[in-house]
Every structure is written in structure tokens, then in C-alpha cells.
Design a binder for this molecule. Structure first.
Ligand code: ADP
Ligand code: MG
Length: 871
């Protein structure tokens, strides 16, 4: 808001800075114009109502190996080919005009390549009015009835506005009218220049809501052009010399008390209607055209700035006049800017010139881009870089829009022609970036301290007054007299005032008397009227006071509301921050959870592995124990076996030895018997030579002197009768024998089986067989069947004469070397040693006498004695 003064009235609360912490991004809109002709190549596509897509033209694609792809750009809104001027206005400019009448500043500019439709968008053409004429129309539609008389508001040439009183304003009006410098408001649209007639059809007109009716308004317009970084006033009334044209004087920029920039000495024309305003604009436009032609300038390279200033001030308490207080004047402005073409080169020039101007970049647009970039960086990164507004006039002029507050909007115009592709792409990038810049939101205008509805009341009063004054002439026939009429009637009637002769001294005094009476009544009435008026006035003042206090209260409340709003905003920010934080934490938790899961999985796998290993270990351990037990068992078995084996071998050896001894003894005995028999035949008393076997025998014999010596027959002449040929066997199997599971079991039918030889058994049989087991040298058990014949001895006992020994032997097939028969001569020397007594001749020549009670072991009790011989 452009504030003309330093001081502020105490009634106006100044929460402006406090409340103004809200920002809005620059609103960027994109408008795509139709192609110039159908055979032009198109490179732009409207994808949605916010997005457009650029695709590289075919030629360019081929050149760059398809490096260029489609690029998309998003804006607040995209307007396609069929968008009407009205639609665009409603979306883009209408809110700015609404802001303007509510004391807020706005900046609207069109940006784009030359020929993209900037001027069409801003100005339009007859029947197709652009944003500018439509904005003017809306302004006047909104404030029309509330406009102040011309020259009530007066620019102070310092970007401020003064208020003149009615009389001064009237005088100035008369002065200007006489100079004929004030443009006459055209009475109707029909009278307009056909060049810009019918810009807006009446049915299109818009109106702002909520216009303060208790204010008075005035619109001032200025129109400037910035060319080559010089500012020219297009409305200046400089006399133009067509023969020797003077170059127009450029203007300078100044900063007012409120740090707003303005063009010093720039013409500001007060306009009272859309038509008048547009006519002023058109005047400037014409001037611009002429200057461009005369100075051979290119219009596409200049920026045109149309400034609409709206001054508004509250009506006084009566609602009659504008309040004569400069501090109460508010000035807001709307700048409508048609920027120069954004291309880097001049397109309209010939090829040679184009080359020459190739590097001639439009400096002010470059600065605009830089400023936007720096602003954006400062805002987004929190940096505090200096924004180079001063580098060009355009940016310098609008500095306060970006630094201060206001609404900034930009319409980016696009020509879909493929020729413009590269330039258009640059435009799009800049436009997208611009959207990221934020501008402080303008605050609402503080409420003026006067009661609302003043204008309305004043109007009603005036109407009533004029009505009453009309009635003053007296009652119309047939109607009751009004109060004023009654009052007038109560005055004494004037006597007839005709003077018939100069000496008439009756008429005059009568008239004088009557008039005096009337005067008295009048004075009385005036007094009463004054009293009533004063009373009314004080009453009104009271009411006003109350109203004001109420308004102040409302104001306070609004202030508090603002604070609460701020608090809510802060808390919202805090909530946002916390939400972000919580999201972050959630994310972290998620990650930790995932990590935990991974670790747990690892743990499970390792545990599983551990378990399997432990199981294996356990298994191996138990296996080991089992093996140990088995080995132990095996060892004890083996030990036992070997113990038995050893015993058996010892026994066998013992037996063998005893047998040998016995055989020798027997031989000796038989020899002795032969000798003794011969001697007995000669000398029966001759004592017998004692033999070892007969150590006890002589004692026995001496104890029982039997005439028959107990001697076994040497020859087998006394064999028992073999009647019927059936021999009876004594099958002697000692208990110590091991049951062998083999076929080589001697099976003797009709035998008496004994485990020890008895005289009884021997006496019944004539054949004897001993099954003798022994361990052979190879460790195998070998069974010997020792067979003999039983004889009756002369002493009545039984004797056995051994006739045959059969050897049964089991051989293990795994030891092929031992397969040799035991009888054969082999490497086993022991076998050979044994061989001498198993020899057939030896066996057959041996006679054995059984002897009971022999100590050689049960298996070899071959000597049988009758039991009766036992003591
Ligand atoms: P710029 O000002 O960007 O150089 P102009 O506004 O002068 O471009 O437009 C160039 C031409 O294109 C003009 O003849 C204009 O009437 C036409 N034109 C531009 N935009 C549109 C549109 N949206 N619809 C129809 N014609 C258009
Ligand atoms: Mg243009």
C-alpha cells in the first residue's frame, strides 16, 4: 500500500507488521495461443489444466541425436487455445482488482517470446478486450457511485495523495475546464475511437464485492514505457513538433517515504470511467507507436507499464464530504505490465542484423531473471544475498512488490510454433522457477473510526430535505397541510400593502407592525430550532461516541483474533514439525526393526546350527560309549574265551602227557605181566616188579590176596562173543566236551552213553569209544575218537585195548593254508610231535586197562576196576 504520510492516526491500530507473516507464491499462469496457420509445426501440448508438454521439433531431434525429449512444466493454471479473454480475466486479474478496491497492491505482467500473445492478453483487440480494459471496467463498476468529484484527490508528486476541500476542488475544476485540458468523459461507448471500441461487452462486466460505501474514490492512471533502460512517460503533454521531433525526456525513479518506488514527475491522469481511462491508455499507445516509428525502435523490445492508482478516503461523520485528513487517504495500485519479448535476438530483422544482435540480450529481462533467482535462493536456502533490483529500471520499479507486500501474478504466453521451441523452453524454465518465489500477503485495511452507513444516511437525509423543500410551497389541493405549511400559516397574515397616496401613514406602520410580529415569531422559532438542533446534535454525538467505542471494541477483538490466528499458525507449524519428526522417527524405527529382524534371523540360523552340532556331538558321544561298551564286552568275551582256551590247552597238554605216560606205563605193565606170568608159571611166589601204575596195587593185592592177578590180556583172544554181529559200544563223552554244531558227530547206534567210564557199562559192551576234544595248534578244536575193544581181565575186571584213533577236525575256509589235513606233514611242527602216538601202528599195539579212581581225569579213565574191589 502506498502510504503518503509518516504519522498514523491513533485510531488506526497498526498490527500490520505483526499479522503479516503469511506469504503467497507468485501466481504463474500459462496461456497457449493458437498456431498462426495450420501448416506450422507445433511443439506444445496442453496435458492438463496445470501442465503443458514441450517436444522438440523433428529437425532439432535429428540434429541432437534425440537428446531432447519431452519436457513438462506445471503452473498454477494452464489456459489452452480456446480460452476466452473473459475466462482468463476471471481467473487471473479479477482477484487483483478486488484487492485493489480493498487497498491492496497488485502486479500483473505478461511474459513470453515476441508474437506469443502478450499484448493480445494484456490489451486485446476490439471485441476481445484483454486484461487491462477488463480491469478498468471492473474498477469503475465497483466504485462508480462512490467516486469523489474531480480534484478532490490530488497527487502530491511524491507518490502520495492529498485531499482538497470542495471549494478548492471546484475552483480547480473550473480552471482546468477553461484550459480545456481535462478530457471530457465520453457520454457513451458509441463515441469511442473505433480502434479500441467494444473492448468489453456490457454483459461481461464484473464487480468487486464488499466495496466500502463510506469512502470516496478516485482513479488515476499513468502509462510509461521502459526502453533500453530509459523510462518514458507516455501521457506527458509535451508539445510535439512533427517537423523537428525532440527526443522524449526520460524519467527517473524515486523512493517515497514508505520505500515504494515511483517515477518522478510522471503524469497521473484522474479518470472517472472505463471509457475515459481506456481513452487515456490509447492515447499513450498511439504516442508510443509514433515514437517507435520515428525513432526506429522496436516495440517488442520495450516494456509498457500501465499503473492504475486508486485513492480512497473515508467520508466525514456527516457522510457528506471526504474527510479532510491526508492521513486517512489510502492509495493502492495495480500495475499492468506488458514485458518485452523474452527472446535473445531480434526476430523481425534481417539475417545480417540478427547475427549482429545475437549477443544483444535484453538486459532488463536478464536482470529480472537474476532477481527472481536470487530471491528464490534467499527464500529457499535462508541466505541473504543482495537482490540486484537496481540493475534495471523494470526490476527497480517493482522492487517493493517482492520486498514488501502485494499480490504478484504472471501470465506466460506461449506460441506453440516449433520455431520458438528453444526460446519457449527458456521461458518455461524461468516461469517455473518464478513460482517458487513467495511474496508477503497484503493485510486487510484497518477500519476507519467512523460509523458505517454514513453515505447512505446522508443520502437519505438529503432526499428527505429536498422532498420537504418541495412541499414547502403549500399543500397541494386536497392534501392535508404539512408541518412546515402549518407553521407558515401560523404567522400573521401580511396586511394589504398597497399604498394609495404618498401620505399614507396607516399602511406602513401596519406592515411594520406585522413584520415585527413575524420577526419575533421567526426568532422564537429559530431559537427553538437551534435548541432542537443542538439537542439532536448532542444526541448524535453521543450515539457516534458509542458507535466509536463499539467499533474500537470490535477492533480490539479483531486484534486479539489476529493474535489467536498467529498462535494457531505457530501451533500448526509446530504440529507440522512434530509430524515430520515423528515420520522421521517412524522411519528410523522401521529401519531398526528391519535390522533386528535380520539379526534375529541370523540368531535363529546360528542356533539351529548349534543344535544340530550338539546333536551330532551327542550322537557321536553315545556311539563312542556304545563302541566302548562293545569293545569292553568283546574284550571280556575274548578274555574269557582265552582263559577257557588256555585252561583247555593246559588240560589237553596234561592229558596228552599223562596219556603218553600211561601208554608207556601200560607197555611196561604188559611187559611185566608177561614176565610175571612166565615167572608165576615157574615161581608163582616171585614178587612182581612194582610199576608206577601199580603203586597202590600191591597194597591192595596184599590186602585182598586174590589168587588171580589183575592183569589185562595182551592178546585179543578173549574178545567177547560177537554173536549176531551186533557190537555194543560204550560211548564215552566227557562232560568237558564242547557241543559242536557239526555233521562230524559220531553216531553210534545201540550204545551206552556215559560221561565217565564205569565198570558196569564196560561189562555190558565189547567196544569202547572216547570222544576227546583238544585245541589243535591252529586254535581250532579237534575231536579225536579213540576206539578200543573191551576185554575181560582175569581178575574179573574190564580192560580196553585201544585199536584206533580218528581225528575229526573243523577247518576255517578263511585260512587256506590250514586246509591240510592234520595227518599230513605240514609246517605245524606240533602236529608232527603229536603224530608219533596217533600213529596207527602205535595205536594198534596198545592195550589199555581201565582202572577206576585214576587221577588222570575223567576223560582218560581208561582203566576199569570192578566196584567190589573198591574198599
Ligand atoms: P506479443 O505481444 O507477445 O508479441 P501479440 O499479442 O502481438 O504477441 O500476438 C501476436 C499475434 O497473435 C497477434 O496478431 C494476436 O492477435 C495473435 N494472438 C495472440 N494470442 C492469441 C490468442 N490467444 N488468440 C488469438 N490470437 C492471438
Ligand atoms: Mg506485444
Amino acid at each position: 500500500m502506498i502510504r503518503p504520510t509518516k504519522g498514523k492516526t491513533p485510531r488506526r491500530p497498526v498490527p500490520k507488521k505483526q499479522l503479516n507473516n503469511q506469504k503467497d507464491p507468485v501466481g504463474v499462469y500459462c496461456r497457449v495461443r493458437p498456431l498462426g496457420s495450420e501448416d506450422e509445426e507445433c511443439c506444445v501440448e496442453v496435458i492438463s489444466n496445470t501442465t503443458i508438454q514441450l517436444h522438440a521439433p523433428d529437425g532439432l531431434k535429428a540434429n541432437r541425436n534425440g537428446e531432447f525429449k519431452e519436457t513438462q512444466y506445471t503452473f498454477k493454471k494452464v489456459f489452452g487455445l480456446k480460452t476466452t479473454q473473459k475466462e482468463l480475466f476471471d481467473d487471473v486479474a479479477k482477484p487483483l482488482v478486488e484487492d485493489l478496491v480493498h487497498c491492496k497492491n497488485g502486479l500483473l505482467f505478461t511474459y513470453g517470446v515476441t508474437g506469443s500473445g502478450k499484448t493480445y492478453t494484456m490489451t486485446g483487440s476490439p471485441g476481445q478486450g484483454g486484461l487491462l480494459p477488463r480491469s478498468l471496467d471492473m474498477i469503475f463498476n465497483s466504485i462508480g457511485p462512490f467516486q469523489a468529484k474531480r480534484f478532490v484527490f490530488k497527487p502530491d508528486d511524491k507518490n502520495g495523495m492529498e485531499v482538497q476541500n470542495q471549494v478548492d476542488a471546484l475552483l480547480e475544476r473550473q480552471k482546468r475546464e477553461s484550459q480545456q485540458s481535462v478530457p471530457k468523459t465520453p457520454s457513451s461507448r458509441q463515441k469511442l475511437d473505433p480502434e479500441f471500441a467494444d473492448m468489453i461487452s456490457p454483459e461481461d462486466s464484473s464487480k468487486a464485492e464488499g466495496v466500502d460505501e463510506d469512502s470516496s474514490y478516485s482513479v488515476f492512471v499513468s502509462y510509461i514505457e521502459i526502453y533500453n533502460n530509459y523510462i518514458y512517460d507516455l501521457l506527458e503533454d509535451a508539445p510535439f513538433d512533427p517537423i523537428k521531433p525532440k527526443p522524449p525526456q526520460s524519467k527517473i525513479l524515486r523512493e517515497d517515504q514508505n520505500h515504494n518506488m515511483y517515477v518522478a514527475g510522471c503524469t497521473e491522469v484522474e479518470v472517472k470511467s472505463t471509457e475515459e481511462a481506456f481513452e487515456v491508455f490509447w492515447r499513450g499507445q498511439k504516442k508510443r507507436r509514433i515514437a517507435n516509428t520515428q525513432l526506429n525502435r522496436e516495440s517488442s523490445r520495450s516494456h509498457s507499464v500501465f499503473i492504475v492508482k486508486l485513492a480512497q478516503a473515508p467520508l466525514d461523520a456527516d457522510g457528506d464530504n471526504v474527510l479532510q485528513d491526508k492521513n486517512q487517504v489510502n492509495v493502492s495500485q495495480l500495475c499492468l505490465v506488458d514485458l518485452a519479448g523474452s527472446e535473445r535476438t531480434s526476430r523481425t530483422r534481417a539475417e545480417g542484423n540478427r547475427l549482429r544482435e545475437a549477443g544483444n540480450i535484453n538486459q532488463s529481462l536478464m536482470t529480472l531473471r537474476t532477481c527472481i533467482e536470487v530471491l528464490r535462493e534467499n527464500q529457499m536456502c535462508g541466505t541473504n544475498k543482495m537482490v540486484p533490483y537496481r540493475d534495471s529500471k523494470v526490476t527497480h520499479l517493482f522492487k517493493n512488490y517482492f520486498d514488501g507486500e502485494g499480490k504478484v501474478r504472471m501470465v506466460v504466453c506461449v506460441n506453440p510454433n516449433a520455431d520458438d521451441y528453444e526460446e519457449t523452453m527458456l521461458v518455461m524454465r524461468f516461469a517455473e522457477m518464478t513460482q517458487e518465489v513467495e511474496v508477503a500477503r497484503p493485510v486487510d485495511r484497518p477500519i476507519c473510526g467512523f460509523a458505517a452507513g454514513r453515505r447512505h444516511r446522508n443520502q437519505a437525509f438529503k432526499e428527505e430535505l429536498s422532498r420537504r423543500l418541495e412541499e414547502r410551497g403549500g399543500p397541494v389541493d386536497g392534501e392535508p397541510p404539512s408541518a412546515l405549511g402549518q407553521l407558515l400559516q401560523s404567522l400573521p397574515q401580511l396586511p394589504p400593502c398597497e399604498i394609495s397616496d404618498p401620505a399614507d401613514d396607516v399602511t406602513f406602520p401596519r406592515v411594520i407592525e406585522c413584520l415585527e410580529k413575524r420577526l419575533k415569531i421567526r426568532q422564537m422559532l429559530t431559537g427553538e430550532y437551534n435548541k432542537a438542533a443542538n439537542m439532536l446534535k448532542s444526541m448524535l454525538q453521543d450515539l457516534d461516541g458509542k458507535l466509536i467505542s463499539k467499533e474500537n471494541f470490535i477492533h480490539d477483538q479483531q486484534g486479539k483474533l489476529g493474535e489467536k490466528d498467529k498462535m494457531i499458525h505457530n501451533q500448526k507449524n509446530e504440529i507440522d514439525r512434530l509430524e515430520k519428526k515423528s515420520k522421521m522417527l517412524e522411519y528410523k524405527i522401521d529401519i531398526l526393526q528391519k535390522t533386528t529382524n535380520i539379526y534375529e534371523e541370523d540368531k535363529r540360523v546360528l542356533q539351529h546350527e548349534l543344535e544340530t552340532r550338539e546333536q551330532r556331538l551327542q550322537r557321536e558321544l553315545s556311539e563312542k560309549k556304545r563302541m566302548e561298551a562293545r569293545m569292553q564286552g568283546f574284550v571280556t568275551d575274548e578274555k574269557l574265551r582265552w582263559q577257557k582256551e588256555c585252561e583247555r590247552r593246559v588240560n589237553a597238554k596234561e592229558l596228552e602227557m599223562q596219556n603218553k605216560l600211561w601208554v608207556k606205563d601200560e607197555k611196561l605193565k604188559q611187559l611185566k605181566a608177561i614176565v610175571t606170568e612166565n615167572k608165576t608159571e615157574n615161581r608163582p611166589d616171585k614178587p612182581q616188579r612194582p610199576s608206577r601204575e601199580k603203586d597202590r596195587a600191591p597194597a591192595k593185592r596184599s590186602a585182598s590176596p586174590s589168587p588171580i592177578p589183575t592183569a589185562a590180556p595182551v592178546r585179543p583172544m578173549h574178545r567177547r562173543s560177537h554173536s549176531a554181529g551186533a557190537e555194543r559200544w560204550v560211548d564215552h563223552k566227557p562232560l568237558t566236551n564242547v557241543e559242536l554244531d557239526t555233521v562230524m558227530q559220531p553216531n553210534v547206534p545201540n550204545a551206552i552213553k556215559v560221561t565217565a567210564p564205569s565198570e558196569k557199562a564196560l561189562s555190558k559192551c565189547d567196544k569202547y569209544m572216547l570222544t576227546h576234544q583238544e585245541v589243535a595248534s591252529d586254535g581250532e578244536i579237534q575231536t579225536k575218537l579213540i576206539k578200543g575193544e573191551v576185554f575181560k581181565t582175569r581178575g574179573g575186571g574190564q580192560a580196553v585195548q585201544f585199536t584206533d584213533i580218528e581225528t575229526l577236525k573243523q577247518e576255517t575256509p578263511v585260512a587256506p593254508s590250514r586246509k591240510r589235513r592234520s595227518s599230513e606233514n605240514g609246517p605245524n611242527q606240533e602236529q608232527n610231535k603229536d603224530g608219533d602216538w596217533t600213529d596207527v601202528e602205535t595205536r594198534c599195539s596198545v592195550a589199555v586197562e581201565m582202572r577206576a579212581g585214576s587221577k588222570v581225569g575223567p576223560g582218560y579213565q581208561h582203566h576199569g576196576y570192578p566196584k567190589r574191589r573198591k574198599p
